[in-house]
Design a binder for this molecule. Structure first.
Ligand code: NAP
Length: 447
């Protein structure tokens, strides 16, 4: 594969890149169908991605007419790779099996191995016969909204498409690999001032946060809105805080340690709550919530910013949802895209209806929203939140960090790129933004 990297770097003309002969197999991170039951009886927390995520050779699939082969320079860990690797809440193989209904090209995905990964940056190697807007040699980032654009339900808002999937989670041939197969409508220009790993870590979480807060389909944050952000230095939260600041809102960030609180302040968030220090106990036991703790939390928010949140950016789920509904302002919105701590949610409906609040479900982003979020990164208005980088061989260790909440921001994975810091084309913009800002989340590791 290093030969492939060299070939791409030697002559970057579209003809030369298109002429590169692709190998019959490639290095990828995958889970195996015959290991679905390997963690049966083990508590979720102990299920170990280092045991289930394998790195090895897999055959290169045939390319459909609306697809592209990507030489993946770097990728990133998302929580969906954690879910896939611990086979929770469901194993992902049934998703792949369902793709057989889509005919010949869909059936390719139904394999005994699932190549995971829903983020990537890299170079277009070859394109199918129907592809118009990208050519071999283009430097790209990949978003993970996988839709069939010949289905009428994919139009208007493609996240409402009946066949919408998340690439590398609900489809095969994902980004944690040296090569990837993507639909061409997943491609976006790589931000020129970023390295491969900095460019690879954004798309999934940044686009999701964009739709939740900024785009027309989410909470539609306005200037001056107070936005409560859970996990404010995590994958989603690190972008959410930036969108709130960039859009003239007031973020209130919740984190779980002194170090994260400091990082959050450095990100520009003045109102910071360290939930470990505060010791909130929203649940008295597995079945009973404690409204007095919701009140204490709400009081702490008011003390920091003088009012209740117009928007609550929710994703922890069962542990926090009751509190989130309670603290939102009269008429406010709780926008949610996940339930890390449990999806059977409980809240007091009186606080929702009597105060005319709205719960808004959100999921990833359509192509336009992902493109707009990517554009803000390209303009240097929103920055990567890369905190660490691992080689592909250590993808299991990286997923373990995220599974156990030992990380901050995003963990990048080097695939074909032989080292960190490569792929930067616009040094001028980089210098204007400043290394300190681009590397804010990496300071802990001294990088
Ligand atoms: P992440 O990097 O692990 O960050 C999540 C943060 O949430 C953690 O750092 C933690 O921060 C906080 N948190 C975790 N458990 C919590 C709890 N019980 N109570 C309060 N805070 C808690 O993960 P992520 O990438 O942000 O993703 C978060 C969730 O969203 C995952 O379940 C993921 O699958 C989902 N997701 C969904 C979409 C979508 O399109 N639907 C997209 C991206 C992610 P502190 O410990 O510092 O408080």
């Amino acid at each position: 594969m290093q030969q492939l990297y060299k070939a791409i770097m030697t002559d970057t003309s579209p003809e030369s890149i298109a002429g590169i002969e692709l190998p019959k197999s490639y290095r990828a991170a995958f889970v195996k169908k015959d290991e679905i039951g390997m963690f049966d009886g083990i508590p979720s927390r102990e299920k170990d991605p280092r045991k289930s995520l394998h790195v090895g050779e897999v055959p290169l699939p045939e390319l459909a007419p609306d697809e592209a082969y990507i030489a993946v320079m770097a990728s990133a860990i998302n929580f969906n790779t954690v879910w896939t690797s611990i086979f929770e809440p469901l194993p992902t193989f049934p998703f792949l099996q369902r793709m057989t209904k889509l005919g010949k090209w869909g059936a390719r995905h139904d394999l005994d191995w699932h190549v995971v990964g829903s983020d990537a940056s890299g170079v277009v190697l070859k394109v199918g016969s129907l592809v118009r807007n990208f050519t071999p040699g283009d430097k790209v980032t990949v978003h993970c909204n996988y839709v069939d654009d010949q289905d009428f339900t994919s139009h208007d808002d493609s996240m409402l498409s009946s066949n919408q999937r998340i690439w590398g989670f609900e489809s095969n041939f994902g980004g944690l690999a040296d090569l990837a197969v993507v639909k061409v409508n997943q491609l976006m220009p790589k931000p020129a001032h970023l390295s491969w790993e900095e460019a690879a870590c954004n798309s999934l979480c940044c686009s999701t946060a964009y739709r939740m807060l900024v785009g027309p389909n989410g909470a539609r944050m306005k200037q001056g809105d107070i936005v409560l952000v859970w996990g404010a230095t995590g994958g989603l939260g690190g972008y959410a805080v930036q969108f709130v600041l960039n859009g003239g809102g007031v973020p209130v960030g919740v984190v779980s340690s002194r170090e994260k609180a400091e990082l959050l302040r450095n990100l520009g968030c003045k109102a910071v709550i360290d939930r470990s220090e505060k010791g909130y106990k929203f649940w008295k036991d597995d079945n009973t919530q404690d409204e007095s703790e919701w009140r204490r939390f709400g009081k702490d928010i008011r003390e920091l910013v003088g009012d209740d949140p117009d928007i609550v950016f929710e994703h922890p789920g069962r542990s926090t949802f009751g509190a989130s509904v309670f603290v939102a302002k009269r008429g406010g919105t709780i926008v949610t895209c996940a339930a890390t701590s449990g999806y059977m949610i409980e809240y007091d409906n009186r606080h929702l209806w009597m105060k005319l609040k709205t719960i808004k479900g959100s999921h990833f982003a359509n192509y336009k929203e992902a493109w707009e979020a990517n554009k803000l990164i390209g303009l240097g208005k929103i920055h990567p939140i890369l905190s660490a980088v691992y080689p592909l061989e250590q993808v299991g260790d990286a997923a373990w960090q995220v599974h156990r909440n030992l990380h901050e921001g995003k963990i990048g994975i080097l695939c074909l790129a032989p080292e960190e810091g490569l792929g930067i084309d616009d040094l001028h913009l980089r210098q204007r933004i400043g290394e300190d800002r681009i590397n804010l989340f990496r300071r802990k590791s001294g990088k």
